[in-house]
Write a protein that binds this ligand. Structure first.
Ligand SMILES: Cc1cc2nc3c(=O)[nH]c(=O)nc-3n(C[C@H](O)[C@H](O)[C@H](O)COP(=O)(O)OP(=O)(O)OC[C@H]3O[C@@H](n4cnc5c(N)ncnc54)[C@H](O)[C@@H]3O)c2cc1C
Ligand code: SF4
Length: 280
């Protein structure tokens, strides 16, 4: 099933990339006594970590548009699963969730994947940072800063960096622009047909009808399995609206919607080329 959804927690909405759904799902898991796997920034790199610490979960919030290696954590979970029987919520990109499903025992696990535009090629971000930082030491990096709002469209191109010397870089950035235009996208991402690998899939709900939208961030949530549906729909701190059909019916979105329906029916392979042109 498909929902328009956002967190009722204003602080969480501000620190998340779209409707703050990840944090709500993760908080539920911690409250149940389980652990959460997701990606945090450490300096200029993004890492997968597993935690039950709510402060670390706060750091997982927000999309990081750089590659992160899921292998070390997936092998770690593979090992600890023999003795650790508590539930785990594993969040990541569809290809990472797919890898998790192939390598680990998924019993007592909730898998959450993101709708995915793809990742830029390795090394592009490092070169860009070197060019704009001019030797200054980076303290913190944030993609998609929401201080100018979420629904303006410009958020997709924003990059915010704070330096140790107190300087800040806060711009609609060429790294993000080239990524959005697929100029720096990895070849494997251009050919990718993976999506909706998790029990739950979350993404941005751009162009939702004004009467439903939360201008601080609105997510689209797909519940792909009965267990995912039960997990998501029982969270009272999320505002949800069931979507039967996309409301924003311009030509591009009608094609996207048709593609999605065919994908759900397992007819996606002949449509690879179409997806490349209309990637959500
Ligand atoms: C590279 C990338 C491409 C995306 N492309 C699209 C798209 O085309 N269309 C769309 O609708 N949505 C896309 N998203 C998802 C969207 O940006 C939001 O992450 C999603 O809507 C969840 O938002 P939220 O507010 O619920 O949670 P947030 O707090 O924003 O999400 C945080 C979650 O994202 C995970 N995460 C962040 N960066 C990475 C990373 N590099 N690798 C793996 N996991 C990561 C964290 O572990 C955490 O689970 C993309 C996200 C990423 C990281
Ligand atoms: S487009 Fe596919 S291969 Fe690329 S990051 Fe997303 S899920 Fe992985």
């Amino acid at each position: 099933m498909r929902y328009l959804a956002y967190s009722n927690d204003q602080d969480n909405l501000y620190h998340s990339s779209s409707g703050g759904i990840f944090y709500e799902l993760a908080t539920k898991m911690i409250n149940k006594g389980g652990m959460v796997a997701g990606v945090i920034m450490d300096g200029t790199q993004a890492y997968y970590v597993l935690t039950s610490d709510s402060e670390v979960i706060k750091k997982m919030r927000g999309s990081k548009y750089i590659p992160s290696n899921p292998y070390p954590l997936i092998y770690h979970i593979q090992k600890i699963r023999k003795s650790y029987k508590e539930p785990i919520l594993f969040t990541g990109l569809p290809c990472h969730i797919n890898l998790f499903k192939r390598k680990c025992n998924c019993a007592n696990t909730i898998l959450v994947d993101l709708r995915c535009h793809g990742l830029p090629k390795k090394g592009v971000f490092e070169k860009h940072l070197a060019r704009i930082s001019k030797g200054r030491t980076i303290q913190n990096i944030r993609f998609r800063d929401k201080s100018a709002g979420w629904d303006t469209g410009a958020i997709s191109k924003s990059l915010m960096i704070t330096y140790n010397n107190g300087d800040t870089y806060d711009k609609y950035d060429t790294y993000m622009e080239e990524y959005m235009k697929n100029i720096t996208l990895r070849e494997s991402c251009k050919k990718c047909i993976l999506q909706r690998q998790g029990d739950i899939t979350i993404g941005d709900y751009w162009n939702a009808p004004p009467r439903y939208i939360n201008t601080k961030g609105t997510s689209i949530v797909h519940t792909n399995t009965p267990q995912g549906h039960h997990y998501f729909s029982a969270i009272p701190t999320i505002t949800k609206k069931r979507i039967y059909f996309y409301h924003h019916l311009n030509t591009k979105n009608i094609i996207t919607c048709l593609y999605q329906k065919m994908n759900e029916a397992g007819m996606n392979r002949p449509l690879r080329i179409l997806r490349k042109t209309i990637k959500p």
